[in-house]
Ligand binder design. Structure first.
Ligand SMILES: [Fe+2]
Length: 161
Protein backbone atom coordinates (compact mmCIF):
# COMPACT_ATOMS: atom_id res chain seq x y z
CA UNK A 1 0.00 0.00 0.00
CA UNK A 2 1.10 3.55 -0.65
CA UNK A 3 -0.84 5.84 1.65
CA UNK A 4 -1.50 9.11 -0.16
CA UNK A 5 -3.37 10.35 2.91
CA UNK A 6 -3.05 9.42 6.56
CA UNK A 7 -5.50 9.55 9.41
CA UNK A 8 -4.65 11.20 12.69
CA UNK A 9 -6.75 8.51 14.41
CA UNK A 10 -6.16 4.82 14.90
CA UNK A 11 -6.67 2.75 11.82
CA UNK A 12 -10.41 2.17 11.62
CA UNK A 13 -12.22 1.12 8.49
CA UNK A 14 -15.27 3.05 9.58
CA UNK A 15 -13.28 6.30 9.43
CA UNK A 16 -12.50 6.22 5.71
CA UNK A 17 -14.92 9.03 5.02
CA UNK A 18 -14.28 11.11 8.15
CA UNK A 19 -12.47 13.61 6.03
CA UNK A 20 -11.53 15.82 8.98
CA UNK A 21 -9.21 13.05 10.23
CA UNK A 22 -7.21 12.71 7.03
CA UNK A 23 -4.38 14.75 5.59
CA UNK A 24 -2.14 14.35 2.59
CA UNK A 25 0.90 12.18 3.35
CA UNK A 26 4.56 12.82 2.59
CA UNK A 27 4.46 9.90 0.14
CA UNK A 28 1.97 11.83 -1.98
CA UNK A 29 4.83 14.16 -2.99
CA UNK A 30 6.18 11.28 -5.09
CA UNK A 31 2.93 11.15 -7.06
CA UNK A 32 2.27 14.78 -7.85
CA UNK A 33 0.64 14.16 -11.23
CA UNK A 34 -1.65 11.54 -9.71
CA UNK A 35 -2.55 13.89 -6.87
CA UNK A 36 -3.35 16.64 -9.40
CA UNK A 37 -5.69 14.22 -11.14
CA UNK A 38 -7.33 13.05 -7.92
CA UNK A 39 -8.19 16.66 -7.13
CA UNK A 40 -10.35 16.72 -10.27
CA UNK A 41 -12.62 13.94 -8.97
CA UNK A 42 -16.10 14.87 -7.72
CA UNK A 43 -15.29 15.04 -4.02
CA UNK A 44 -16.18 17.88 -1.69
CA UNK A 45 -13.49 16.52 0.63
CA UNK A 46 -11.25 13.47 0.62
CA UNK A 47 -10.40 10.95 3.31
CA UNK A 48 -8.31 7.86 2.80
CA UNK A 49 -6.41 7.72 -0.48
CA UNK A 50 -4.46 4.60 -1.33
CA UNK A 51 -2.43 3.00 -4.06
CA UNK A 52 -2.79 -0.76 -3.68
CA UNK A 53 -0.25 -2.84 -5.54
CA UNK A 54 1.05 -6.36 -5.69
CA UNK A 55 4.24 -6.99 -7.69
CA UNK A 56 3.22 -10.63 -8.08
CA UNK A 57 -0.37 -9.99 -9.15
CA UNK A 58 -1.83 -12.52 -6.73
CA UNK A 59 -5.56 -13.15 -6.56
CA UNK A 60 -7.56 -11.07 -4.12
CA UNK A 61 -10.12 -13.30 -2.45
CA UNK A 62 -13.65 -12.04 -2.93
CA UNK A 63 -14.70 -10.18 0.19
CA UNK A 64 -16.90 -7.49 1.63
CA UNK A 65 -15.18 -4.49 3.18
CA UNK A 66 -17.45 -4.26 6.24
CA UNK A 67 -20.85 -5.44 7.39
CA UNK A 68 -22.74 -2.28 8.24
CA UNK A 69 -25.60 -1.79 5.81
CA UNK A 70 -26.14 1.67 7.26
CA UNK A 71 -22.72 2.88 6.15
CA UNK A 72 -22.22 3.78 2.50
CA UNK A 73 -18.65 4.82 1.81
CA UNK A 74 -18.32 7.30 -1.01
CA UNK A 75 -15.28 6.39 -3.06
CA UNK A 76 -13.87 5.97 -6.53
CA UNK A 77 -11.77 2.96 -7.47
CA UNK A 78 -9.30 3.65 -10.29
CA UNK A 79 -6.65 2.00 -12.38
CA UNK A 80 -4.23 3.14 -15.05
CA UNK A 81 -4.53 0.04 -17.21
CA UNK A 82 -7.07 -2.71 -17.73
CA UNK A 83 -4.85 -5.59 -16.66
CA UNK A 84 -6.14 -6.25 -13.14
CA UNK A 85 -9.17 -8.56 -13.52
CA UNK A 86 -11.33 -6.92 -10.86
CA UNK A 87 -14.85 -8.16 -10.31
CA UNK A 88 -18.00 -8.06 -8.26
CA UNK A 89 -19.23 -11.50 -7.24
CA UNK A 90 -22.70 -12.80 -6.65
CA UNK A 91 -21.90 -15.33 -3.90
CA UNK A 92 -25.21 -17.12 -4.42
CA UNK A 93 -24.50 -17.98 -8.04
CA UNK A 94 -20.72 -17.55 -8.31
CA UNK A 95 -21.32 -15.17 -11.19
CA UNK A 96 -18.67 -12.49 -11.61
CA UNK A 97 -19.11 -9.09 -13.21
CA UNK A 98 -15.73 -7.75 -14.28
CA UNK A 99 -15.04 -4.05 -14.24
CA UNK A 100 -14.39 -3.11 -17.83
CA UNK A 101 -13.20 0.46 -17.50
CA UNK A 102 -10.70 2.56 -15.66
CA UNK A 103 -12.89 3.51 -12.72
CA UNK A 104 -15.68 2.07 -10.64
CA UNK A 105 -17.83 2.62 -7.63
CA UNK A 106 -19.42 -0.41 -6.06
CA UNK A 107 -21.32 -1.68 -3.06
CA UNK A 108 -18.64 -2.86 -0.62
CA UNK A 109 -21.13 -4.30 1.87
CA UNK A 110 -23.80 -6.28 0.07
CA UNK A 111 -21.59 -7.28 -2.85
CA UNK A 112 -18.37 -9.23 -2.76
CA UNK A 113 -15.42 -8.02 -4.79
CA UNK A 114 -12.05 -9.47 -5.64
CA UNK A 115 -9.42 -9.87 -8.33
CA UNK A 116 -8.08 -12.77 -10.34
CA UNK A 117 -4.36 -13.50 -10.36
CA UNK A 118 -2.26 -12.09 -13.17
CA UNK A 119 1.20 -13.13 -12.00
CA UNK A 120 2.42 -9.66 -12.87
CA UNK A 121 2.41 -6.27 -11.21
CA UNK A 122 -1.18 -5.27 -10.51
CA UNK A 123 -2.34 -2.07 -8.92
CA UNK A 124 -5.32 0.10 -8.33
CA UNK A 125 -6.12 3.32 -6.53
CA UNK A 126 -8.97 4.07 -4.18
CA UNK A 127 -10.07 7.51 -3.05
CA UNK A 128 -12.62 7.83 -0.25
CA UNK A 129 -14.30 10.98 0.89
CA UNK A 130 -17.52 12.90 0.57
CA UNK A 131 -18.87 13.36 -2.93
CA UNK A 132 -20.05 16.72 -4.10
CA UNK A 133 -23.79 17.21 -3.74
CA UNK A 134 -24.10 17.37 -7.53
CA UNK A 135 -22.40 14.01 -8.00
CA UNK A 136 -24.32 12.33 -5.18
CA UNK A 137 -27.58 13.58 -6.67
CA UNK A 138 -26.93 11.38 -9.73
CA UNK A 139 -27.30 8.26 -7.57
CA UNK A 140 -30.68 7.03 -6.41
CA UNK A 141 -30.95 6.90 -2.62
CA UNK A 142 -31.33 3.53 -0.92
CA UNK A 143 -33.49 4.19 2.12
CA UNK A 144 -33.60 0.70 3.63
CA UNK A 145 -30.02 -0.37 2.92
CA UNK A 146 -27.92 2.75 2.39
CA UNK A 147 -24.80 0.71 1.67
CA UNK A 148 -26.45 -0.62 -1.48
CA UNK A 149 -26.59 2.82 -3.09
CA UNK A 150 -23.82 2.10 -5.58
CA UNK A 151 -25.43 -1.19 -6.60
CA UNK A 152 -28.76 0.55 -7.00
CA UNK A 153 -27.06 3.17 -9.17
CA UNK A 154 -25.54 0.47 -11.37
CA UNK A 155 -28.90 -1.25 -11.65
CA UNK A 156 -30.65 1.98 -12.60
CA UNK A 157 -27.97 2.58 -15.22
CA UNK A 158 -28.64 -0.86 -16.70
CA UNK A 159 -25.30 -2.45 -15.79
CA UNK A 160 -25.73 -6.24 -15.53
CA UNK A 161 -23.51 -9.26 -15.19
FE1 LIG B 1 -12.16 -4.55 -0.55
Amino acid sequence: MVCLARSEGLEDYYDLDRTDLWSISDEADEFSQLMDFLRTLPFAATGRMLIMYDPDGRAVTAHRDHDSIDLCHEFVWLRTNLEKPFYMLDPATGEKLYVGGYSARFDTVNQYHGADATGELAWSIRVDGRFTDEFRAMMPAAAENPASRAALWAQSAGIKA
